[in-house]
Design a protein around this ligand. Sequence first.
Ligand SMILES: [Zn+2]
Length: 456
Amino acid sequence: MRVPDRIVGCVFEPLWDLYEGSRRLKTMRELASRQFDDVAVLDQRRSRRLNGIVVEAAAHVPFWRERFASAGIDPEQVHHIADLAALPLMTKTDVRGRLDDMINDRFDRADLTPAKTGGSTGTALHVFCDRDGIELRNGAALLADTWSGWSLGQPTAAVWGNPPVPRSLRSKLRRQLKDRVIYLDTMKLDEAAVATFVADWRCMRPGLLFGHAHSLFLFAEMAREWAAELNPRGIVATSMMLLDHERRVIEDVFGVPVTNRYGCEEVSLIACECERHQGMHLNDEHCWVELLRDDGTPCAPGEDGRIVVTEFVNKGMPMLRYEVGDRGVLHDRPCPCGRPGRLLRSLTGRTADFLVARDGSRVAGISLIENTLTRLPGIGQLQVVQDDLEHILLNVAPADGWNEDVAAELIAVFSESLGGGHEVRIEIMERIPREANGKYRFSICRIPVTGGSRGR
Ligand SMILES: [Zn+2]
């Protein structure tokens, strides 16, 4: 028998939090009640939280004590992100090399929740978060889920790589009674897997469809082919750039808007669209997001820059001025929904995946791919790989309409966009392979990025 969604939302969810001593739902309610607060009130909270994490880091984390001292920063006097301008950015290299010094001495590492990331770049990155931080992060994600149209208690359908398999009785119960999530493993996106997923869907009737942007797109295309008629209340696309033409297909097939979300394992939720879909609200309650030029100075709205995050909620391993490795652009106006604070207008791609033109300038590979896919026929999937300034490799999964003219046009577009005169090779494949974490990576640049890895 299927338990009504309202009973799950109103009874099972709170009971489970009580049982686990979790403050996830409490956090969600608190954040929901504050989301329309005046910007001055929000700024006060943010300032207090910034000061709190900086003082904590200086007192209990050797890495930060050292960094504050060498930058000449008095932690007690930090109330605004500008007060940290002299602090060098925290890089992935720092995390790899100094992890032991980054853990708060008040915590036992065994009590912290580990996360591993960086699979797509080939070098893993290990980070940790304390229990309280995890609860706060989960609460913020839950609120963001509701912006999509989903309600607490409704089941979830996830299109995800390597989905977790519940092993203990407790986690099986949790999956059955509370989470009620069905998975489509992006590592096995074949017809049999999709058929099982669709059958599970009809039984479970999920309110939320959640997944990597491109995997959602592929699933939408299959659902359309099968006339599956699946009707989630909301769709959250995350973990990858959501391309406009993919968004249109997903929305067309499922009949609801896609809610674009941006985050990473290291600092969790960074920004998310609200129900108006006019840009992504920065997660100002839990972090301070900076967009920086390559010289370390702040970008103006509309200007493309490196995304740098200072998170307030993870005392176990404070992440201060952490360079995520992505680039984005801020909006020059607030969202019409009335929530204060800044909006991220768009993500422009991973810093590492910007292609390099002959004159040394950088070109957003993912934008180039998007323009090409919308303009040229016959391309199912397209991946660009650049190893040096002379050569470009284009991996193509052809669709109906692929021919030599399209191939010639493709070669011309990529070569010209990067300065011309390249040796362009096209490799035909049935499907672009996924990374080990189940995500796709469409623009890969292996030319080392020089300069600009530090803040002011
Ligand atoms: Zn909004």
